[in-house]
Ligand binder design. Structure first.
Ligand code: SF4
Length: 361
């Protein structure tokens, strides 16, 4: 496969013209500011644009600037983030906002190097902010840019390889429009997201690169870009407990580190427990069930793990220091991760039933 990196230079002018006519209208591009670009780029990691838009709008209404973000409680922040997943992103946003207030007077730093020092800000996000707002000629290299570049230049190297990505970045640093680097980055993002689509289905007929794109010419759009096979996801069985006592349900906080760190959850253990094993766990927690029944199954897929969950619901007596008992309003105010959404809905129903049975309406 002969590479044609010079095609990236040919793309510069038609790409910017195409962007003028076809750019996506996105809320973070209206009234643009470094803060809005930063928050949007963090939300967009691992998440589709259409899913992000309502979250972004809600987030900006409540936390319109860095100082508001730095001052918000973690619990409220997680609630605003609830459903977006990958909560470490929210945690890093918060820590970064605190640093911006303490070290940079409440406004985002302007250089790539300083931006890179903020928690959760990698090369891609720093380049996006620095190019869009501060004129830095830095390509914001994400999956969209890699795909467009691999096809236009006809490069068959594995784009999941860090060394290859560095080479792509160097090539794109040469090709970026030095007068309008932010526009060039956003145009490449939009071209990748709306025309040069993944999985072998690009809309080449609508593309400003069609006249010189090497993958199009060589009929290689189906095979480019090349990605090494992903590692298989590990399946993990878990048993989730919906424990009711005096009209309240048990929740607990996850550990400080690791998957879904510090978020609230329904108590759960690894394994697919039968009734006697479930009774044993309750006894270990100091709880005695007066009723116990299976309450559904659910599956949740994380990046590297898949949880296969089974639920038990129980009326219990006794006490356990590791658990917090919450009523319906308190449960609704908590950010329970989406992984538990099937059980959250069941818990809400159980609490509503318990309230109606007690005659308290
Ligand atoms: S011509 Fe087709 S493959 Fe080439 S950049 Fe455009 S959409 Fe992608």
């Amino acid at each position: 496969m002969i590479e044609h990196w010079e095609n990236l230079d040919l793309l510069r002018e038609p790409l910017l013209d195409w962007y003028d006519a076809h750019r996506r209208i996105l809320p973070w591009r209206e009234e643009p500011s470094p803060y809005r670009t930063w928050v949007s780029e963090i939300m967009l990691q691992q998440t589709r644009v259409t899913a992000v838009i309502p979250y972004f709008t809600r987030f900006m209404a409540e936390l319109p600037d860095v100082r508001a973000l730095a001052a918000v409680s973690e619990e409220r922040l997680f609630k605003l983030w609830e459903g977006l997943g990958y909560y470490s992103r929210a945690r890093n946003l918060h820590r970064a906002a605190e640093r911006i207030v303490s070290d940079f007077g409440g406004t985002l730093p302007t250089t790539l190097a300083e931006l890179r020092t903020l928690p959760g800000v990698g090369d891609y996000t720093a380049s996006a902010i620095a190019s869009i707002h501060f004129g830095a000629a830095e390509p914001a290299v994400d999956g969209n840019l890699l795909r467009v570049a691999a096809r236009v230049a006809c490069c068959g190297d594995d784009i999941t390889d860090a060394k290859v990505r560095k080479r792509f970045r160097d090539r794109m640093s040469n090709a970026i429009d030095r007068d309008q680097p932010g526009k060039w980055n956003q145009a490449m993002m939009d071209l990748g997201a709306t025309v040069c689509l993944p999985n072998g289905s690009p809309l080449c007929g609508d593309c400003p690169a069609r006249g010189f794109c090497a993958a199009y010419r060589e009929r290689l759009t189906e095979v480019l870009p090349v990605r090494a096979e992903k590692r298989a996801r590990r399946a993990e069985e878990r048993t989730v407990f919906l424990l009711l006592s005096h009209g309240k349900i048990a929740v607990r906080q996850r550990p400080e580190k690791g998957l879904l760190a510090k978020l609230m959850e329904f108590p759960n253990v690894s394994g697919n427990l039968d009734e006697s094993a479930a009774r044993l766990i309750l006894a270990q927690w100091g709880l005695a069930p007066t009723s116990l029944a299976v309450c559904g199954t659910a599956k949740h897929v994380f990046t590297h793990i898949e949880w296969q969950m089974k639920g038990w619901r129980a009326e219990v007596s006794g006490c356990c220091d590791a658990l917090r008992w919450v009523d319906r309003a308190e449960l609704d105010a908590l950010a329970i991760p989406t992984a538990f959404q099937v059980f959250t809905a069941k818990a809400q129903n159980l609490l509503d039933d318990a309230r109606s049975n007690s005659g308290d309406k």
